[in-house]
Design a protein around this ligand. Structure first.
Ligand code: ATP
Ligand code: MG
Length: 627
């Protein structure tokens, strides 16, 4: 058992467990009930701590003031390595109250939706908490999205106000955030009536009178305190659009009480948090990871965190490790895409910086290939630090399956054990529960407090997407394998499973075999219709720095996969390509690769979340020889 957990399979025991955990928060009115949940179509509902009253910003700020008001909440590491600032909980509280008062003075109130389009600066966190303080529902849109993608999200959630910055800084580039907001609003029939702009770079930006206000001009005009709005546990806290790996992004809704309990609980348990830890989650606040493990979880727990404005590749590929050394980071939480990118650059960028402060490493977002896991463990962590490979989703609010930070025998690539109070199961394609060591579709049989409550404006889509496939359960869309020890291995999205000559295979396994080859930096595998085998195996491969693409290397890679996994997995096609299509959060978009392999370039679907559209052009060219 990786976590200390009583037998939590009975509803009464689960409810008692979570009601006890709810005490970790400071409630205005403590809840007396835990869950009221049914996943059945006829009386579908998900409610937690229903009679509780609280405010999320109080958890993250006010309750720390008396005993640790001067503790550092954020060590802000600017894009420019010389820009660094420490922000105490007391200062954060004041800034949040001021921003809340500015919003209030302009008529923003409880239930209103506010879109945030921000760089990674402390004001991004302040803006989220300022909304929470007055009961407004925030929806953070990642600062890398285009005006079109921004406009569609503003429209979908019906936002009445926007908080943005003049510009963002990412390495040598300036991102024209305010100008993008202006373009987005031009496209809307009913644009929001208020745009609050934070001056980050000081660039001149056009202001529309009556609509646009500047933080520097408003901040000193309002009081530094603001009474928190009492919110019912089930009042919405935020809407967040999913990454868009598989289709049109969904506006996932999270509510206040259950989400806060779960974010705080998981942050403490998974990372075995200690008071003097320096926690660094490299995600952007535009993703759920930034919501739960930069803002709500760590701040509720009074943690000290690094908040990083820049990119890992600037001024050079050693930036991440330089930041770890400079701020004595003890827990690093990042994504496989960042780990693979760092691996590709070579070990020296890592080893030239002191990593002795690290005690725990985390991974999230995609399955981590064992090769990348070992490099993270051996090179970054000097073989000293356990790795928590955390599996979860925007829809789960927080981590559901993760190895324990305390166990030293982690398995490379295994998400391992459900957290206490979390009950996963594997089912076959008919929904029949599967026992023992087996492969299957990953479902959750009961609710947990951090579970999403809906898709904004589309209750039917929420039910249909998650609760109709295997009735009575929440279906994650992911596949998993359970081993002899009962540990879970996420095999990828079930849509990505291949069926080659009747053999079912996860794409992750073939990708991991490819990444284990000395020349390979990254790989993505998809199926395509094959006359004889049903499905053929199409591999897209990017090579390490300095390695030349050649037909001989492609042939060698086919042989390598055959040797590693077996003849059924032998790639039919190996396409060496300079890059892979990724979402803005760095995940490989296999659905686009599938369409390219299937020879249907006109059916790529929603590409609005693609980070570098040009990559697709070069892949289409490269695939021509297979047509
Ligand atoms: P969309 O739902 O719009 O297609 P998305 O699923 O990529 O986008 P997220 O909620 O950000 O949006 O990602 C959750 C998914 O990421 C999981 O369902 C899983 O496929 C993958 N994932 C996250 N963490 C892990 C992990 N540790 N191991 C394996 N897969 C992971
Ligand atoms: Mg998803």
């Amino acid at each position: 058992m990786a976590y200390d957990a009583a037998n939590l399979s009975e509803k009464s025991a689960l409810d008692a467990f979570w009601l006890e955990e709810a005490k970790r928060l400071t409630w205005m009115e403590a809840p007396t009930v835990a869950s009221d949940v049914s996943f059945e179509r006829d009386d579908f509902r998900i409610k937690w701590f229903e009679d509780g009253v609280l405010n999320a910003s109080v958890q993250c700020l006010d309750r720390h003031l008396a005993e640790r008001g001067d503790k550092t909440a954020f060590i802000f590491e600017g894009n420019d390595p010389s820009a660094c600032e420490r922000i105490s909980y007391r200062l954060a509280h004041e800034e949040v109250c001021r921003m809340a008062n500015v919003l209030k003075s302009r008529g923003v109130g409880k239930g209103d939706r506010v879109v945030l389009y921000m760089p990674m600066v402390p004001e991004a966190a302040y803006a989220m908490l300022a909304c929470a303080r007055i009961g407004a529902v925030h929806s953070v849109v990642f600062g890398g999205f285009s005006p079109d993608a921004l406009a569609s999200r503003i429209e979908d959630c019906g936002a009445t106000a926007i908080i943005t910055a003049d510009e963002g800084r990412r390495g040598a580039k300036a991102i024209p955030l305010k100008a993008n907001v202006d373009l987005a609003l031009e496209r809307l029939a009913q644009p929001p009536k208020l745009v609050l702009t934070i001056e980050v770079t000081g660039a001149q930006v056009p202001l529309t009178p009556g609509r646009d206000i500047l933080w520097s001009e408003e901040r000193d005009e309002v009081a530094p305190t603001c009474d928190p709005e009492p919110m019912a546990a089930e009042d919405p806290l935020f809407i967040l659009y999913t990454s868009g790996s598989t289709g049109k992004p969904k506006g996932v809704v999270h509510t206040t009480g259950g989400y806060m309990v779960y974010a705080s609980f998981t942050h403490e348990k998974v990372f075995a948090l200690q008071t003097d830890d320096v926690f660094w989650c490299t995600a952007d606040v535009g993703w759920i990871t930034g919501h739960s493990y930069i803002v709500y979880g760590p701040m509720a727990n009074g943690a000290t965190q690094v908040l990083f404005e820049g990119v890992p590749s600037w001024p050079d590929a050693g930036r991440m490790w330089e930041v770890v050394a400079k701020h004595r980071v003890s827990i690093l939480y990042t994504a496989p895409t960042a780990i693979r990118a760092a691996m590709r650059e070579g070990d020296e960028f890592v080893t030239e910086h002191d990593r002795s402060s690290l005690r725990l490493l985390g991974s999230v977002g995609e399955p981590i290939n064992p090769e990348a896991w070992r490099w993270y463990h051996d090179v970054v962590g000097e073989g000293r630090c356990p790795i928590v490979d955390t599996w979860w989703q925007t829809e789960t609010g927080g981590i559901l399956i993760s190895p324990s930070a305390k166990s030293s025998d982690n398995k490379p690539g295994a998400a391992t054990t459900p957290l206490p109070g979390v009950l996963p199961a594997l089912v076959d394609n008919e929904g029949k529960p599967l026992d023992g060591a087996v492969d299957g579709n990953l479902v959750l049989t009961t609710s947990w407090p951090g579970q999403a409550r809906g898709v904004w404006g589309d209750e039917q889509r929420f039910f249909d997407t998650y609760f109709s496939t295997y009735p009575g359960t929440y279906f994650t869309g992911d596949g998993a394998r359970r081993d002899e020890d009962g540990d879970y291995w996420i095999t990828g999205r079930v849509d990505d499973v291949l069926n080659v000559s009747g053999h079912r295979m996860g794409t992750a396994e073939i990708e991991s075999a490819l990444v284990a080859h000395a020349s390979v930096a990254e790989a993505a595998v998809v199926g395509y219709p094959h006359d004889i085998k049903g499905q053929g195996v199409h591999c897209y491969v990017t090579l390490k720095q300095g390695i030349e693409a050649s037909d001989a290397l492609a042939t060698e890679l086919r042989g390598h996969v055959r040797n590693e996994i077996g003849p059924v997995a032998t790639p039919d096609r190996v396409q060496l390509s300079p890059g892979l299509p990724k979402t803005r959060s760095g995940k490989i978009m296999r659905r686009i690769l599938r369409k390219i392999a299937e020879g249907q370039p006109d059916q790529l679907g929603d590409t609005s979340t693609l980070s570098e559209p040009l990559v697709v052009e070069s892949l289409l060219k490269g695939a021509e020889k297979f047509a």
